[in-house]
Ligand binder design. Structure first.
Ligand code: PRP
Length: 176
């Protein structure tokens, strides 16, 4: 039987919080005097969102989506199921999507496609982590906290089988 455990610490708490503060300042400058709707992608992004939100100096309201996607990087169906859909109308609004990680890119690519169809004024993407890898799909985040190697990571919202979301740092997962 295999056992999972915390591996190498990739990003310590202090470094995460410093970077989140910088992202908050950058976003605040970019959206100065504009009202933004933050769309947080459940569940992994909630820890990042909670810290980021408190670093923003702009008027921001919140909404949440939770999605399950089908397909993988080699075979994309493009199908997303909303477990939780938007509760506000984003037509004619400025939208900032916040998620924890850009991996294959499929989830966020299709989410943004769906959101664009609702005709917001603008739509930008902010992720805490982006994996350095060749993506089959053309997606880039406007704000990236950290570029990380293509390893399975846990902590600061990210889970493995529902565990480890409460870690204050980002670490690799080890299975033995
Ligand atoms: C993660 C993450 C992104 C997606 C990224 O969510 O929050 O939404 O996967 O993967 P992709 O770029 O390969 O599509 P996950 O499905 O793990 O759900 P969770 O946030 O509820 O843990």
């Amino acid at each position: 039987m295999t056992k999972d455990h915390i591996g190498e610490i990739l990003i310590p708490e202090k470094i995460i919080l410093q970077r989140v503060l910088e992202l908050g300042q950058q976003i605040s400058n970019d959206y100065r005097d504009r009202e933004v709707i933050i769309v947080c992608v459940l569940k992994g992004a909630v820890v990042f969102l909670a810290d980021l939100l408190r670093c923003l100096e702009i008027s921001a309201s919140l909404d949440f989506v939770q999605i399950s996607s089908y397909g993988d990087s080699t075979k994309s169906s493009g199908k997303l199921d909303f477990i939780q859909n938007l509760t506000v109308d984003i037509f004619d609004r400025e939208v900032l999507v916040v998620d924890d990680i850009l991996d294959s890119g499929l989830t966020l690519y299709y989410l943004i496609d769906i959101l664009k169809a609702k005709r917001p004024v603008s739509i930008r993407l902010c992720v805490l982590l982006s994996k350095v890898k060749n993506r089959d799909i053309d997606i880039n985040a406007d704000y990236v906290g950290f570029w990380i190697p293509d390893k399975f990571v846990i902590g600061y919202g990210l889970d493995y089988a529902g565990k480890y979301r409460g870690l204050r740092y980002i670490a690799t997962l080890e299975i033995s």
